[in-house]
Design a protein around this ligand. Sequence first.
Ligand code: SF4
Length: 424
Amino acid sequence: MPAPRSIPLTVLPLGEQRYGCHGCGDCCRDFTVQLRERDLERLRAQGWERELGEVTVEFRGRRYLRQREDGGCVFLRADGKCRIHAEHGFAAKPVACQLFPFTFAPDARSAKVGISFACASVLANRGPGLASHLGELRRMAGEIDELAPSRTLLDARTEAAPEEADAAADVLDRWLSDSAVPFAFRVDGVAWLGQQLAGASFAKVRGARLRELLETLVGALPDELPLHPIAPATRAQLATLRQASFFRLEDPKIGDLARLGRLRATVGQFLRSRAFSRGRGAMPAMGDRWPSADFGAVDRVAPLSGSADRAECEELLVRWMRATVLGGRAWGSGFYGWPVVDGLQALSLNAACAGWLARAHAAASERPAPSLEDVRAAVGRVDRTSGRAPWLGSRAERMRLAWLRIDDGLRRVAWAQFSGAAEG
Ligand code: SF4
């Protein structure tokens, strides 16, 4: 497929979101950087081997930057700066490093520029407006050969025109940003829509009629939701939520996978996943970037409605969900190629997982309710894997969503984190 180097870019239309790199180096400690052929050529030309030895590793047919024992990139200096950047300039780094925390999600017409909340500056909303990065983003888009037009589906079989997918994003965004509606109801509305639209066919509702239908559905939410009160989540639903949260935390380093071998790594993951499902005793260790707590202590942490930082936490959660939708990361090429309807369900589950992980993070510091620090940590972890970790686009994740759609599960597990009782 020819590389569409002139594909137009649409920068995330979220005026309140800002970003500038503040040099924390967290991304260089936390991510495994996959390399393109162009990156490998640059690294060879820079001649690092003489000083650093092998700077890349191969794993399952792909090449990555080598990581040190502590998980940090081989190029990360003690002062937190990138050595390639310092010695050869920003544009000499691997493209993935240059692009982070921005993301590209192409559709049939253009590529949406989204932003990752795995970045501390994005979470804290620090830096200039996003449009100020457009020149650099255009240059980077020209370096990504695989950035090609991509189709988006509305349901399992109906391909969306870009305007139709945009209409869905626009209507959903207006619901998420409606400050007259309490935050927990806004998340509930997303879960309700995800459940109601499951299995629907949009084949005969196209163009302006699709927008009309979505506007009618969303416009009815304030009257409709109170007619369908939410029961407490069942134990089985909460077990599924904990398991889904586990898979949003898990992201083994390739060095560990190579060291342990596929069988031991798989068995270890299975045992940790089972411990999260059971939800008893101490949470298994999830690496040095996530604190461990007792599952019982997590259950005792209040939902977000009990937080002293409630307004700031809700602002962050809304900004994150809106950035996900408007930045093309809720469905289509930005989310495993999933249809809009399935993406809605995943968005609702992601929010619920962020809520539960915020309570887990609070429990580790013995806080009675999640603080802004806890919500930042949770959103950062969920957004880090969402749309990126292959297992969250897998059949197993779809089965989790299918199970949670039954019996109001998506609504119940989300409500438990943001407003209602935490246990059924
Ligand atoms: S190459 Fe530089 S920017 Fe990329 S991960 Fe390593 S230290 Fe960070």
